[in-house]
Design a binder for this molecule. Structure first.
Ligand code: ADP
Length: 614
């Protein structure tokens, strides 16, 4: 049962071991396999695009020579018009086809863009929970997104380069034949200048890659601030704490830092850009001087002059295009590898295969469990021993930061224990099929989230649960049990009312208490054998809290229930209370037993709260 998280650390070093060619081939095969799987017809359009791009230049290389030869030779008007008409018509057809292909490819590219974004979202939702709290995994997710967007252009960027490379190779082959027979010296000079421009471009790409990582981190930070600024849910905090200026200042600072980084990158690249322009001017100058000299000396015809200058420029362009696009594809591959790495991001948890036998009662045991969060040296829990079984209702109590939520995360296997083990019916929970194990729990966390969907959809998040299609009647019953009946009745669309305003102008903003009740209804609907409420009633008033616990206790009577509450009101409904303090369980027993412990934490907390409630 090894921890696969380590394999992620090795990803980057594995990538740097790939040669540029391997990197390109790996990226092309990965993405085109995905693309073929998603839209096979895309490849037909790519082939058409390659052929068209490769053949089109020859219309303007070979045919104008016929015009010039006609003008300087027989000067037959009919033949001249025919040649011009053929050139114009062929160009028109080629350009029209190119437009159609560009449009069609554009549509497919948009689809691919969405496809890969959805893949990233899916991966983010399916990856082990602990990665969602791990900065390195979050950074990788962010790099995957940015790597697929503005730096690489996604599959559209890849296809652009790929089509250009193949079509340029085809064009180049034809042009080499024309040049090698017409002017081998010119061929040599062009080769040298292309080589120099390639080196310049390589340097430019290195600078791009160097700056990419720094910009990703900045972008993520800026995105976070920007999101908070534009998300109305932060509106209250921003107004009441007067934090708009602070947010804007932070946004400005990030903006400035990003601009400075872009500036630094441009300044570094500027000399290379200038050098590239200079070399290309030299190349063009030589071509015209040399071929002009040959024409004046009548060593070539004017038609040949025209054909060779066009060939020279096409040769340089095609070779340049091949090399530039290979370098581009290499650069894009580097960025797009971030996506591949994210998609291959290993699981942190060992996923067992053992089926969970349906049992009348489940027994969970914590045996000498200690835990520290990944990348943290501090133990949050030490030597925790506990047994929960049958239909026991356990209350978990302790001061802030005592490790109560962490205890729940371990029980639900969102994290694996660092030492010791947790057993379910005598078997280490790691050995069970992970998805099946997850089905045992219905949890409402402190930081539960509702979605900008309807109330009904928020209660039934298990869309793929074919055995169980929730009816409106069931939803209404659950809402009634959770004290939402009046609220639902007051809404025109009832349970179909949309929460928040992202998708629907008429969406409602539930109060803290209402939101918690919806989250609790969701947990009840899951109908799992273990129900956990992690400080779920913090936003409820004492009467609503009492009602919820009362209903809850009735509803989850035959199940294991774990309540974490600061108010200790949940304790009254529970068979046992576990007090977390000093990284472990320091007191365990019934309400009456714990009250009798001299100087006990529970007795102290209870006395402190009684002052306010009695
Ligand atoms: P409680 O629920 O009792 O308030 P928690 O279990 O949330 O306490 O937290 C216990 C300790 O673990 C705290 O010191 C908290 O800062 C730390 N902690 C919680 N989550 C993480 C995390 N993802 N990474 C590192 N430390 C964490």
């Amino acid at each position: 049962m090894q921890n696969n998280a380590k394999s992620n650390d090795n990803n980057s070093s594995k990538r740097s071991l790939l040669t540029p060619v391997q990197l390109i081939l790996h990226t092309l095969s990965y993405f085109y396999k995905e693309a073929f799987h998603y839209q096979p017809i895309y490849f037909l359009i790519i082939v058409a695009s390659i052929l068209l791009n490769a053949l089109h230049p020859f219309i303007n290389i070979l045919l104008p020579k016929l015009i010039i030869d006609e003008l300087l030779g027989d000067r037959d008007l009919k033949r001249l018009i025919t040649i011009i008409a053929i050139i114009a018509f062929s160009n028109m057809i080629c350009n029209m086809l190119k437009d159609i292909i560009r449009e069609t490819l554009g549509k497919y590219d948009d689809n691919f863009d969405r496809y890969f974004k959805i893949r990233i979202s899916r991966k983010t939702m399916q990856m082990d929970f602990e990665h969602t709290e791990d900065p390195e995994a979050l950074e990788q997710a962010s790099r995957a997104e940015t790597g697929m967007e503005w730096y690489s252009g996604g599959i559209a960027g890849l296809t652009f380069c790929f089509v250009n490379i193949i079509s340029s190779i085809l064009t180049l082959t034809g042009v080499i034949v024309v040049l090698a027979t017409g002017s081998p010296i010119l061929l040599g000079v062009i080769l040298i200048t292309v080589l120099i421009r390639t080196l310049i471009n390589a340097k430019n790409n290195t600078i791009n890659v160097k700056h990419f990582k720094g910009l990703v981190a900045l972008n993520r930070a800026f995105g976070y601030i920007f999101w908070q600024l534009s998300d109305f849910r932060f509106g209250k905090e921003i107004r009441l704490y007067g934090s708009a200026d602070m947010m804007l200042k932070k946004a400005d600072a990030h903006n400035e830092e990003t601009t400075n980084k872009w500036k630094a990158q441009s300044m570094e690249q500027l000399p290379f850009g200038e050098a590239d322009v200079f070399i290309s001017v030299i190349n063009d100058g030589f071509t015209y001087l040399y071929l002009g000299y040959l024409a004046i000396r009548r060593l070539i015809s004017i038609g040949d002059f025209n054909m060779l200058t066009a060939s020279a420029s096409t040769f340089a362009n095609s070779l340049q295009s091949i090399i530039w696009n290979i370098q581009e594809i290499h650069k894009k591959s580097t960025f797009m590898q971030e996506y591949i790495e994210f998609m291959n991001y290993g699981n942190a948890l060992y996923k067992g295969t053992k089926k969970i036998e349906k049992a009348d009662s489940y027994i969970f045991e914590f045996i000498h469990v200690s835990f520290r969060y990944p990348r943290s040296k501090e133990y949050v829990l030490r030597n925790v021993n506990l047994r929960i079984s049958g239909d026991e209702h356990l209350s978990v109590v302790g001061l802030n930061g005592a490790g109560k939520t962490t205890f729940i995360k371990l029980l639900c296997r969102l994290y694996d224990v660092t030492e010791g083990e947790i057993r379910l019916n005598g078997t280490n929970i790691k050995e069970y099929d992970y998805d099946e194990y997850m089905k045992l729990f219905a949890v409402v966390f402190q930081d539960y989230k509702l979605f900008a969907f309807s109330i009904k959809e928020n209660i039934n998040l298990m869309d793929d649960n074919k055995d169980k299609v929730i009816t409106d009647k069931e939803v209404l019953e659950l809402c009634e049990l959770c004290g939402l009946k009046e609220k639902i009745n007051s809404l025109d669309k009832g349970i179909d009312t949309i929460l928040y305003k992202q998708f629907d102008e008429s969406g409602i903003e539930p109060s803290g208490g209402e939101a918690q009740k919806i989250a609790i209804a969701r947990a009840l609907y899951k109908d799992a054998p273990v129900v956990i409420l992690d400080e779920p009633t913090a936003a409820l008033d004492p009467i609503a809290e009492y009602e919820i616990y009362n209903h809850f206790d009735r509803l989850v009577g035959g199940k294991i229930a774990v309540y974490i509450s600061h108010r200790l009101s949940s304790c009254k409904f529970c068979d046992r209370i576990a007090v977390f303090s000093k990284d472990t369980i320091t007191e365990y027993g019934t309400h009456d037993e714990l009250l009798k412990i001299p100087n006990g934490v529970y007795a102290e907390m209870f006395a402190a709260q009684a002052q306010y409630y009695v």
